[in-house]
Design a binder for this molecule. Structure first.
Ligand code: 5AD
Ligand code: SF4
Length: 491
């Protein structure tokens, strides 16, 4: 197996330095972006000289873990070209990495753009950039062109790797720079990124989604499913481990179908086995699993593993087989419950969490009660509950029998109460035990306390010194307060 060299930050720096700005930008990626990073650095330096102060940026992320990871890539480029991170109010370059999974996410962005406009009037050097899923919707870009012409840069999810190039274009242009691709089969490796936490990191293993659940806009804005080469993933994990990372979160819209599109196909379970071998990595998480693709092989790997965390996020969406069919989920209530049983008997201490949509078109009271029934049977540790949001262009948007708002609201409240009642009971089940905890940060409210995460993803607050941040230590769980614990460090 050909093994490429691990590219550490200082190696990337050397490559950027070696780029020759007197020549044209190379055609090949990622070299082309390294060239543009050097060019951007030059432009930023000139501007700084003119202003007599550093240029500042703020990246604001909406939506899921995928977007959070993408934002780290944006920050990685911006810091490398000389921008300094600041709050939105003090930033010369504000970027919103947007989400469009539900309509209210879009409305929030439009609302905040008004506020950004007022900031821009005070700071004529300010640039505004928009990227992420919402920008992949043609009607959004039309609206921005028409009514938000003060925005400087718009790009989408497929060409985020070109960010350095786009920044150069935006810095050199007085007009709105727009670059949106419909889809791509390209994955560009070895670009810089700046982690939010020194000790944990997301790792993309695949992009896009092929499932076309009938309510969901993701396959339209994130494109077709494509998996990263396992060698590149392992290389990234090894680099992260060498850099002090102990916990990784493998990211994909449907990690269970990882590897199907590779030249040498490989399953997600096989990938996990390889990642487990990387020394220094102590915890492995992944997101999101589609129930239809969750294999026995994966359950086996989870059962045997010392590193894979005792947590599985398994979106249910609805407990009604009729609604699941209309949602195009390709499993029914019985199959989902059987799967849960299989997982629980293999890994008894696993914590299960889920996503549920209420008010999908045609949902009757009986359908809703089926969802409540699954919630009662599975007993999730927690659940994200969503009111169905109509997304233009998806099959569900034109389905008949959209459920009236007051009915949906009533069901939503009943579901939330049930989910919280069960979640509280489930969360408390480890009270009195000693657990491994990855210490994440100093507690925001009480500086004597640290906040750490259990393998099952719950948080625990306990007294301790900040030197423990990033380390795994043993904590006695004294008391559960709703959805988190208070504990005492042992040993
Ligand atoms: N309306 C409401 N919730 C949605 N989700 C995806 N699309 C919609 C929609 N149109 C939810 C699903 C998914 C989660 C990320 O967002 O539950 O699992
Ligand atoms: Fe959307 Fe379904 Fe793909 Fe998840 S699996 S991103 S819900 S289409």
């Amino acid at each position: 197996m050909e093994k490429k060299e691990i590219l550490f930050d200082d190696t990337i720096e050397k490559i950027i330095e070696q780029m020759d700005l007197n020549q044209e930008a190379p055609g090949k990626e990622p070299d082309r972006q390294y060239w543009y990073m050097k060019k951007a650095r030059q432009l930023v330096r000139e501007k700084q000289k003119e202003l007599g102060r550093p240029l500042t940026f703020c990246v604001n992320t909406f939506g899921c873990q995928m977007n959070a990871r993408d934002s780290e890539k944006l920050v990685g480029v911006l810091e490398r070209i000389g921008y300094v991170e600041k709050q939105e109010e003090d930033a010369d370059f504000v970027i919103y990495n947007t989400c469009t999974v539900r309509e209210n996410a879009n409305l929030r962005v439009y609302g905040r753009l008004g506020y950004l406009h007022s900031l821009k009037k005070k700071n004529p050097h300010m640039m505004i950039g928009l990227c992420g899923c919402m920008m992949q919707e043609p009607q959004v870009v039309e609206k921005l062109k028409k009514s938000y012409s003060f925005v400087n840069l718009i790009f989408g999810t497929h060409n985020i790797y070109k960010f350095a190039e786009l920044v150069v274009l935006a810095l050199q242009s007085d007009r709105m720079v727009i670059d949106i691709w419909k889809d791509t089969d390209k994955i560009v490796e070895d670009l810089p990124s700046e982690r939010k936490y020194s000790f944990k990191s997301g790792v993309n293993i695949m992009f896009g989604c092929n499932n076309f659940c009938s309510y969901c806009i993701v396959p339209y804005v994130r494109g077709r499913e494509r998996s990263r080469n396992p060698r590149d993933i392992i290389r990234e994990v090894e680099r992260l481990a060498a850099d002090g990372v102990v916990e990784i979160m493998l990211l994909g819209q449907n990690v269970n179908s990882y590897g199907k599109t590779l030249e040498e196909p490989m399953t997600f379970a096989q990938l996990l086995r390889e990642i487990e071998k990387v020394e220094g990595i102590e915890r492995i998480r992944f997101m999101t699993s589609h129930p239809k693709d969750l294999s026995d092989e994966l359950i086996e790997v989870m059962k045997d593993s010392k590193k894979i965390c005792r947590h599985l996020h398994l979106p249910l969406q609805s407990g009604s087989s009729a609604i699941l069919k209309k949602m195009n989920r390709r499993y029914d209530k019985e199959k989902y419950l059987q799967l849960v049983e299989k997982i629980r008997s293999a890994v008894p201490d696993i914590s299960l969490t889920t996503d549920i949509i209420v008010g999908f078109p045609g949902e009757t009271e009986e359908d809703f009660l089926e969802t409540m029934d699954v919630v009662e049977k599975v007993r999730y540790d927690s659940a994200f509950t969503f009111i169905y949001s109509k997304r233009t262009g998806t099959p569900a948007a034109v389905m008949e029998d959209q459920v009236p708002e007051d009915v949906v609201k009533d069901r939503f409240d009943r579901l939330l109460a049930k989910v919280q009642e069960i979640g509280r009971q489930m969360s408390a089940r480890d009270t009195g035990t000693v657990q491994d905890v990855l210490v994440e940060e100093q507690n925001g409210q009480d500086p004597h306390l640290l906040t750490g995460r259990l393998s099952n993803n719950l948080l625990v607050h306990f007294e301790g010194d900040t030197s423990l941040i990033g380390k795994i230590c043993s904590v006695h769980l004294d008391e559960c307060r709703g959805f988190y614990y208070m504990g005492t460090k042992v040993g």
